[in-house]
Write a new protein. Sequence first.
Length: 125
Amino acid sequence: MRISILGTGHLAEALGRCWVRAGHRITVAGRSPEKAAALARRLGGATRAAAAREAVSEADAVLLAVPWDAAGAVLEAAGGSGGGLAGIPIIDPTNPVEHGWAWCWAPRAARTRNGSRRRPRAGGW
């Protein structure tokens, strides 16, 4: 399976490492091309780094491994509103938390719609 990871942090590395061991082809994209390339090297195998739009254009699935408040912008950069993510399953483990200690007490509607205008409808949503 071709899995693209949007993000270069701990979650991206942990899941990426498991997927590489399982034989999946991983593409990493991040705000910093240097960090994406470094993560791709650490993951090994056939892992490579690419820009977000390129990464998702080749993906069977996408992991959104970014902070909650960055999810909308990252999906937009990956081509979300232009249909670039249409039909691609998105694994979205984001949570509305502030780094380090507390929940963001945004209204429920804001928490459930974070980035929803940028996310295409896909099977099961």
